[in-house]
Design a protein around this ligand. Structure first.
Ligand code: ADP
Ligand code: C5P
Length: 244
């Protein structure tokens, strides 16, 4: 249209978060894709803000004794394996500026610690990380920015074998069996389809320093706008752009 060129258009900040609430970043991707690594890199670069990392793994339901007896048949990659109501309560509580006691999950016993929690306090930024954090629309809707960490499946499986045998008390055969029976099918059914909700897709996970730098720059910009709105709650920031 002849009217588009050079005509200024105006857009207001349209983030779902109210100015006095923390900025929520969701980070998902397949198992061992580098989600935690990417989160750690973002947290290191945002050192001048109060950041809380919430792992979806902390909200795994503890197994009953019957489930424990047949743990090889348990699907830890299905959405029902998580207590999503409790996760929602956690994020809601943190968004309202209250502290929260996050459960501590033990991958060796498949149980939560009964007597210990991780206390997290009010913050400027919440990073919510996990294989299925984009699955439930109620959790997704709490996020201001959604990141998908995209790493090849063979790289992820190799990392998972090493991690689960070294850190999670598994043997190679059980890791491979679980991967074929549950992890891979659930990735195809639940994780990969949730990629469409991502604002940003990071190829190669933590190896991709350029992507992490760009994301951190964007978060800085958004937090600056948040800070402005905190100081001047009635201020409408109007961005003027000229389309060429
Ligand atoms: P996720 O949180 O997606 O499960 P992690 O960040 O915990 O993934 O990484 C899984 C495993 O792979 C860990 O043992 C980690 O040390 C290793 N890892 C992650 N990123 C890299 C990388 N870029 N190069 C080598 N090893 C990595
Ligand atoms: O850290 P990561 O994203 O890989 O953690 C999720 C994975 O942990 C899932 O793929 C699930 O199979 C695995 N898991 C497990 N044993 C548990 C709980 C989760 O192997 N008790």
């Amino acid at each position: 249209s002849p009217f588009r060129s050079g005509v200024p258009s105006f857009s207001q900040i349209s983030d779902p978060a109210a100015p006095n609430q923390p900025f929520v970043i969701g980070v998902t991707g397949g198992t061992a894709s580098g989600k935690t690594t990417v989160c750690d890199m973002i947290i290191q670069q945002l050192h001048d803000h109060r950041i809380v990392l919430v792992n979806q793994d902390s909200f795994y339901r503890g197994l009953t004794s019957e489930e424990l007896e047949r743990v090889q048949e348990y699907n830890f990659d299905h959405p029902d394996a998580f207590d999503t109501e409790q996760l929602l309560h956690c994020i809601d509580t943190l968004k309202s500026g209250q502290p929260y006691q996050i459960p501590i999950y033990d991958f060796k016993t498949h149980q939560r610690k009964s007597d210990a929690f991780r206390q997290v306090n009010a913050c400027d930024v919440i990073i919510l990380e996990g294989i299925l954090v984009f699955h439930d629309s109620r959790v997704r809707d709490l996020m201001n920015m959604k990141i998908f960490v995209d790493t090849d499946a063979d790289v992820r499986l190799a990392r998972r074998i090493r991690r689960d045998t070294v850190e999670r008390g598994r043997d190679v055969d059980s890791v491979l069996e679980q991967y074929a029976n549950f992890v891979k099918p659930a990735f195809d059914d639940f994780v990969l389809p949730s990629k469409k909700y991502a604002d940003v897709i990071i190829p190669r996970g933590g190896d991709n320093h350029v992507a992490v730098d760009l994301i951190v720059q964007h978060i800085h910009t958004k937090l600056g706008q948040h800070d402005l709105c905190k100081i001047y709650p009635n201020l409408f920031v109007i961005q003027s752009t000229f389309q060429i």
